[in-house]
Each structure stands twice: as structure tokens, then as C-alpha cells.
Design a protein around this ligand. Sequence first.
Ligand code: BGC
Ligand code: CA
Length: 290
Amino acid sequence: MTDVACVLDCRSLLGEGPFWDVAEQRLYWVDIKGRRIHRFDPGSGVDETWATAEDVGSLAPREGGGLVVALKSGFYFYDLVQGRATVAALAQGEPTNNRFNDGKTDRQGRFWAGSMDDGETLPTGGLFRLQPGLACRKMVDGIICSNALCWSPDSRVMYYADSWKRTVWAWDFDAATGDIDHRRVFLRIPDAEGIPDGATVDSEGFVWIAQWGGWRVARYDPDGRLARTIMLPVQQPTCPMFGGPGLDVMYMTSASIRLDAAARVRQPQAGSLFAVDAGVKGLPEVRFKG
Ligand code: BGC
Ligand code: CA
């Protein structure tokens, strides 16, 4: 069995959205329901945190410093020195019970984030694209729980899931314009294996998907065939991200939310940050160009 190490023993409620910043050699991540931005330094083991006024779904570092974050009401710039958020673009037309969830930059430096019904039952969520110039557009709708956003190494395919439909789709992606087309099912996760949560693509073009409820992260080839499974000591892994100086460490966030007392005893590290040598390298993430 592959060794999975707990690198930060913490009880985040809903650890999510890991982003390895190559320039800083730090792992940014969020605790959505704990309303905290985190920055973890694997070298020292230090994890810094910043508070947000709303649930914080996802983030990306900006080229000029600071972060872009998807809060409940839309996109904000977050100043890490002042610990303050200012509006970049509010999400228009979202129901009051929606919040933002999974998000990431594409390789051209646009930021994408998906919204969801906070009750996780209504298909009122969608996927938003924020251009560097801050034009914001809804690209997909009808989603219950936005997750698994990532792109193939050649940027010709975008992946994105609705967790509660247990489905990950693929789209043709036009890197020059950021437009998407020709949605098809990439894979469906069987009931017994949990539901698809966060994802990342490795340098060989295989897609790694955290399977919430399934105690695992799994690797799929570009045709959606299962290639490998790594079991974790927590039931609710949320998102993988490659990091480290050689991009060969796979970090994994996790959640403790909605676990009952017995489950917490069985998995005392739920909510913590994990690392595993997955035997393959990731691709560098790109900062938001806005
Ligand atoms: C959401 C959770 C949800 C989970 C399901 C996460 O990304 O933040 O609210 O329960 O996905 O996989
Ligand atoms: Ca997620």
C-alpha cells in the first residue's frame, strides 16, 4: 500500500481548493466552512491562516501578489498583508442559498469557479469564468455541486463534475478564447466508491479525483478508465494537488464536516492535510493574470 502521510494535523471543517504556488513553494488551501484561507509551508511545517467574512470556496494567487478568492457572493481580491477582501466581480443572478465551491486557473491565467446550492440538493449552481480583465460569465448551469475542475496538459480538454450527479464531464476547451464546447460524460463513479470531488491532471494526462465518502483518490486515463486507487485514512478526501520542488508530491485536503462522533473517533485526522508519493509528476499551476 502506498504510504500516505498526514503533513498537517488539523481539524478543518471543509478543507478544499489546494493550489501549489511554484514561485513561493507553498500550498494555499481553504477551509470553506471554517472561513479561512491557509498557506502551508512543507519545509517548516508552518500553516498561516487568514479569515474571510463569507464561506471561501476556492482561490488562486495573482501574478502581482495577493489572491483572487471565490467567496459566497462572488469574486474578490484578497490582500494577504491587510487581511482584507475587495470586490473583483460579484456573481449576478445567483440564488441567496448558493455559495462558491471548487475553482482554479486555466493555463492562460483565467480564474474559473463553480457555485452550488448550500443545501446540496437544488441544481441552481453553475460554472463561472473570470477573465483577467474581470469580465465574468456563467459558462455552465444546472449544477448541484460544482467540483473537479481541471485541464488536460495540452489544454484541449476541460474537466468538471457535479458531485451529486456522480458525474465528471469533459468539454473541448479553446485555450485562446476560454470557450467550451461538446460536453460529454468522462466518467461516472459507482455508488460504493464515493462521489467525485476535487481533481487534478498529472503530466501524463491522467486525471486524479478525490472520492468523497470513498476513502480514496483515484487515477483515470484520458478515456475515463480507472488506472489506480490510493486509499486514505479519512472518509472525505476533497481535492488532490501536486506540489513540492519536483511537483512529485500529491497533497490532499480533507473534510470533517458532517461526520458523527463515532466516525470522528475512527478517523481522528479528518480535516487534515495529507501527502503521498504518487509516482508521477504534476503540472505547474498558473497564477491569475488579473
Ligand atoms: C463541497 C461539499 C460537498 C462535497 C461533496 C465539496 O466540494 O464543498 O459541500 O459535500 O464537495 O463531494
Ligand atoms: Ca471540492
